[in-house]
Each structure stands twice: as C-alpha cells, then as structure tokens.
Design a protein around this ligand. Sequence first.
Ligand code: FMN
Length: 201
Amino acid sequence: MEKTAVSSEVAPKVLMGARDAIYARRSVRDYTEQTLSYEIIHSLLEAAVQAPTAVDEQPWAFAVIENKDTLRRLSDTARETMNDVERSIHVPGRKMVANFTPPDDFFHGAAALIVIYGKDMGPFVVADCWLAAENLMLSACANGLGTCVIGLAVSVLNRPEWKKELGIADDMTAVAPIIVGFPSGFTKPVRRKEPQILLWK
Ligand SMILES: Cc1cc2nc3c(=O)[nH]c(=O)nc-3n(C[C@H](O)[C@H](O)[C@H](O)COP(=O)(O)O)c2cc1C
C-alpha cells in the first residue's frame, strides 16, 4: 500500500496536555485486539522526531512491526536467548538477584512494536533515541494509547539474523523497542520516590 504524509486535519486529536500526559503515562502490559491506523502511528513518529538531538544529528530511524507471527517469533527468540543480566532483577545498591520469570509474550499482545534505531552510534545517539522514545510514549498517552518499553527485546533485535530478516542495515542499532496499543483496562501507577536533591545552592 502506498503510504503518504499525514496532514494535520487527519492526525488524531490530542486529548490531554504535556503535564497531564507525563503524569498519566504508565507502562501498559494488557491490550485490546484493536489495531492502529496508519495516521496514528505516523503521528507518533512525528512526535518522536521533535525530540532534542545533539548537534541536530537526528540519528534515529524507526521500524514498525505489526505482523503477529513476526512478533511471536521475536518474543520466542528473546526468551530463548536471554542472558544472565537480562534474567536478573537489579536492585539498586545490591547485587543482581536472579529470579526474573520472563513473560510468555514479551510484547503483551500490543498492536505494534515500534523500534527506534540509532544510526552510526556516536556519543549522544543513545540519548537522542531515548528522548525520541519518551516523546513517542507521551504523545501516545495523550491520544489514549498505552505503551511500554521492552528493553528485553534490544539484544534479539540486534542479532544479525533478525536484522537480516527485518531488512535493517548493519549501521543501525536497535536502542528503544516500544509496544503500542489500546489499553485493556486501567494500569496502576508505580509510586515514585521523591526527587533526591544532591545539591541546590
Ligand atoms: C530502559 C527500560 C527498559 C524496560 N524494559 C522493560 C521490559 O523489557 N519489559 C517490561 O514489561 N517493561 C519494561 N520497562 C518498563 C518498566 O518496567 C517501567 O517503566 C517501570 O516499572 C515503571 O513503571 P511505569 O512506566 O508504569 O511508570 C522498561 C523501562 C525502561 C525505561
């Protein structure tokens, strides 16, 4: 299908402002079957690329994976190839605790996995990609969508055989895999610690 640019008239309407979206965003791991329109996905990518970027490099590129079979196989490979660090839960100030049970579906039945790739990994490329990721997630939240970073999928996405299957060039590195979909129900907020202020003078 021919994909064309989205005009502002057909882009989804924003339901909430930035501050509300920051506080409303949750990592959603339960989704409805509803698929995402081309317009919605495109509007998320447009929001992502508005992020600040070191020396205006804009070193990001995106893959959108909606195919259920591909997601299933990616999830299976991720589980089979998990390394010791990925199998562990890191408790700050303590050693790794190896007691993490991986989910059956790493992508939690979401309608799409959007992967943010960094091009030619310079010193700030990872930062740029994560800033784009947060823009994407806040924009999704503002439009009534759920998201969740799937850090456990980074290594499988960077395996040569998966890059080959997905047609991703060698100079691209998967940085931020994010699932997106319509939330099924309410996700309880994870309580945040007060900001630790080390210095204010
Ligand atoms: C770098 C990064 C990697 C993450 N990886 C995963 C993951 O692999 N699977 C998952 O279910 N959640 C993952 N998360 C989501 C976190 O568990 C979640 O952000 C955290 O528990 C706080 O909850 P909240 O996002 O709802 O505030 C990841 C988050 C970040 C920032």
